[in-house]
Structure formats: C-alpha cells, structure tokens
Design a protein around this ligand. Structure first.
Ligand SMILES: N[C@@H](CCC(=O)N[C@@H](CS)C(=O)NCC(=O)O)C(=O)O
Length: 273
C-alpha cells in the first residue's frame, strides 16, 4: 500500500491523521502544503481537494478527503489496528467525540488560532497586499461554509471580531467535557481504552499548549485533562506527529503570540493569572 499525505506542520487535522497513521504503523510520504502562505489555493491542489484544506490522503491513486473520514478509511483497510472501539456503545461514544470535534471544536480552534497567533504570522509572511489575496482566495465551501468571512474577520479584528469570545468559551467547554469523561480514574476518553476519541482530541489540546495556554487546564483547573495530556505526551509517536513537523519559526510565533494573547483569553474565561 502506498500512502501520500498532503499536510501542514501546524494543521490540527493533518496532525490527527499523522498520529493515527503512526499508531497504526502505516508509513506515508508527505507533500507539504504551507497553508499560511496560501499553497492550498494552487489550482492543482484544489483539483484534489476542492475545499482547499489539508489533509488529503492519496492511497494507490484514490483520493480520500477529511481527517475523520481518512481515519475511518484507514481503520477499514487495517481493522486489526483499528482505533475505533469494537463494543457498540463505546464506538457510538467515540463517534460522538469525533463528531463534536468536526462540528464545534475545529471551528473554535480555527478562530482561536487566527485570533491569537496566525493573524500576525500571515501578515508577516504575506504583507498587506498578499494578505488581501490570501483572504480572498478561500473558496465558499472551506473549513466551514462561513470560514471565508470568519477567517477574514478574525484576521483583521482579532478579539474584536464578532463571536471571537464565544469561540474561546466553546473551546473551554470541550476541555470541561473531557474532564468529565476522565473522572473516576479513566485514563482515556472512551471505555478506558486509547481510541480514535483520544487521537482526535490530542491536536486540539496540543494547539493550546503550543499557544502557551496550558493555564486552561493546569494549576488544578482541570486535573484529569492535565494528567491525560501528560499521558499522551509520553506516547512514543507524540513528538514525531505533533512537534517535529512544525517549523521553528511557526512554533515560536505560536508560543510568543499566544503568550501575548493569554491575558485576554484568561479574562474571557475568568481565569485569574
Ligand atoms: N473537515 C476537514 C477540515 C480541514 C481543515 O480545516 N484544514 C485546515 C487546517 S487544520 C486548513 O487546511 N485550512 C486552510 C485555510 O484556512 O485556508 C478535515 O477534518 O480534514
């Protein structure tokens, strides 16, 4: 089997697939698409992925889109290493997590990442004119059906964009849901076994960590999420899947811009710092 993954270092969805493939021991070759420079808008890439998003998986010339669907596809190819629980109730609960990620957490993460950091990075990378072209290039159906206008607003106005604070609160709601699921000594989110639910949540908690926002769960705020993330970081495939692919300049941007944005996020969430 030959797999080619179109991906980007800091893309949460791409990192999710990298983690799943590493856990399933499926080797892949990468094509790097710099989504902060607008490489996702190249006509040849849009032919593969009409929403102009990463990741895209090519498997023996077949094109498979969407990170959650890609992981389901890979699990069907190799059920022995399946990340989906076999027990029907656990499977349903794991699917509820992946659905919540796709419907709520991912758009909240896009908002928070642009508001807190990427807005500064894209301006630095592209300049004023390049930024206008970058924002205009997003197709009408993209990350979400309103991503074009939202990305524009989050990039131009940051925390002053309509709905930015709601997205911060929504992100936090999901950390609280994780805390609930982990109560009572559960090491993992579903059925106390590592599953696609843990794979799917990892990039979103890691994104906050990279944005210097560990205060959303540290210092006793959400102790079970804290312990879960420590467990995840201790897994052999964590660093290769989540850290090594992010170029140093982007890691620094996320850390430094995120640290500057943290007081605003803490204020929205009523966290004393
Ligand atoms: N539902 C898609 C969403 C993919 C997505 O939103 N990708 C982001 C990076 S995580 C992207 O490529 N964004 C490009 C842009 O904002 O123009 C999936 O799970 O694969």
């Amino acid at each position: 089997m030959t797999f080619t993954l179109y991906h980007h270092g800091s893309s949460v969805c791409a990192a999710k697939v990298r983690f799943a493939m590493a856990e399933k021991e499926m080797p892949w070759e990468g094509v790097y698409i710099d989504i902060l420079k607008g490489e996702q808008f190249e006509p040849d890439y849009i032919k593969l992925n009409p929403k102009a998003v990463v990741p895209t998986l090519i498997h023996d010339e077949r094109v498979i889109l969407d990170s959650t669907v890609i992981i389901e596809y890979l699990d069907q190819l190799d059920p022995d290493s399946s990340l989906h629980p076999t027990d029907p109730v656990d499977r349903a609960n794991a699917r509820l997590w992946t659905k919540a990620v796709d419907e709520d957490l991912h758009p909240a993460c896009g908002a928070m990442t642009f508001v807190c950091s990427h807005r500064h990075t894209v301006l630095k990378n592209l300049g004023e004119e390049g930024l206008k072209e970058f924002l205009a290039s997003t197709p009408p159906l993209s990350v979400t059906s309103n991503w074009k206008t939202q990305k524009d607003a989050f990039t131009r106005y940051g925390f002053d964009a309509p709905g930015a604070d709601e997205k911060v609160r929504l992100y936090d709601t999901y950390l609280h849901k994780m805390e609930e699921a982990l109560l009572g000594g559960n090491d993992w989110l579903v059925g106390n076994t590592f599953s696609v639910a843990d794979v799917s949540l990892t990039p979103y908690v890691n994104r906050l960590a990279m944005l210097s926002m560990g205060g959303m769960w540290e210092n006793g705020r959400l102790p079970n999420v804290d312990a879960w993330f420590q467990r995840i970081k201790g897994m052999p495939n964590f660093t290769a899947s989540f850290i090594d692919w992010v170029p140093d300049h982007l890691t620094n941007d996320l850390r430094e811009n995120g640290a500057k944005s943290w007081p605003e996020v803490a204020k929205i969430l009523d966290i004393s710092i």
